[in-house]
Design a protein around this ligand. Structure first.
Ligand code: NAD
Length: 332
């Protein structure tokens, strides 16, 4: 039973090889992304295992089906990069890891807020240069601030709870408000109200046709001047050009992004010493009040263990023609 990995990194191999012992799948790890350029390399594989920036569109799926692939296993939660209708049409099953560690992403979101606010990254370098002055390091208390959360699913809910612990007022917008969160003191409001009331706004909804560019010139204009905006969800939620304008006008005081709409050409690669052709990310990184991390919010030992275990179990169950115990891992 062969599984072909795309976008594989040394840490994928480490965790999957460890958890594959009881299953004994034959796993081949490829560093390249899956896309139309490489799909013909697939031979006799039962399953392909893909990540966030692999392009699994209708064209790719048609070739996978021709080559006899039966399973597309996403080792991530989001599935905006897979054409589910095409998979259904070709009878290919698609599974994912719906919840590997919401806390990992929620905690990284908090790390981004604290870094931008208290400037610990600057302090670290400054003190090592024996510069002990505090000029330029002024932050603000999180206690008493209003935090707006867009999308209160697993990650958004974990983030809400942490921010409540800081003594923040947490307001939220979701198509499906959670009674449980409401009873713990989270106040649901319409989107415009959340944008207008919040000192810090954090995005935790999926990327789809409705949410693409939900942060744009118009919605940025609804936010308080001096807002802190954080995106650890998907890059396409933010119109990057519009947010750059809002940073230039100082309407947005801090921006933290772990995801970027053109990240597939950059993230998860060591490009040190290369010429970056993407002027938009270069402009973003030139701001002193912008923090970019390269899609690392999920990157904890706990999350990688869960990803490997759930993915291998789902493939095993599908191979045995069984439905995995956890139904929400199956997309098609
Ligand atoms: P989830 O499905 O549990 O929650 C998503 C929530 O968004 C749901 O409550 C849903 O009702 C809500 N929602 C959907 N459309 C909305 C809209 N138009 N407006 C407001 N809310 C809307 O998902 P999750 O596990 O909490 O993950 C959230 C997102 O985080 C994922 O879609 C994924 O893209 C991203 N993610 C990022 C990383 C990372 O490493 N940076 C890791 C995992 C997940």
């Amino acid at each position: 039973m062969k599984i072909l990995f795309f976008s594989a990194k040394p840490y994928d191999k480490q965790f999957f090889d460890h958890y594959n012992k009881p299953y004994g799948f034959q796993i081949e790890y490829l560093e390249t992304h899956l896309g139309p350029h490489i799909v013909n390399a697939v031979q006799d594989e039962l399953a392909v295992c893909v990540f966030v920036n692999d392009k699994v569109n209708a064209e790719v799926i048609a070739v996978l089906a021709e080559k006899g692939v039966k399973i597309i296993a996403l080792r991530c939660a989001g599935f905006n990069n897979v054409d589910l209708e095409a998979a259904r049409a070709h009878g290919i099953r698609v599974c994912r890891v719906p919840e590997y560690s919401p806390q990992a992403v929620a905690e990284h979101t908090v790390a981004m807020i604290l870094t931008l606010n208290r400037k610990t990254h600057k302090a670290y370098n400054r003190v090592r240069e024996q510069n002990f002055s505090l000029n330029g390091l002024l932050g603000f208390n999180l206690y008493g601030k209003t935090v707006g959360v867009i999308g209160t699913g697993k990650i958004g809910a974990a983030f809400c709870r942490i921010m409540k612990g800081f003594g923040c007022k947490v307001v939220a917008y979701d198509l499906y408000p959670s009674r449980q969160l409401e009873s713990s003191g989270i106040e649901y409001q319409p989107l415009e109200a959340v944008l207008g009331h919040s000192d810090i706004i954090s995005l935790h909804c999926p990327l789809n046709e409705d949410t693409h560019y939900m942060i744009n010139e118009k919605t940025l204009g609804m936010m308080k001047k001096g807002v802190t905006l954080i995106n650890t969800s998907r890059g396409g939620l933010i119109n990057t050009v519009h947010v750059i304008n809002a940073l230039k006008s100082k309407h947005v005081a801090h921006l933290g992004i772990d995801v970027y709409e053109q990240e597939d050409k950059l993230f998860f690669k060591d490009l040190s010493g290369s010429i970056i052709e993407d002027d938009t990310i270069q402009r973003l990184m030139s701001f002193p009040n912008v923090l970019v991390t390269a899609h690392q919010a999920f990157f904890t030992e706990e999350a990688l263990s869960e990803i490997a275990q759930v993915t291998l179990n789902s493939i095993d169950q599908l191979v045995k023609n069984k439905e995995p115990d956890n139904k929400i891992v199956i997309l098609v």
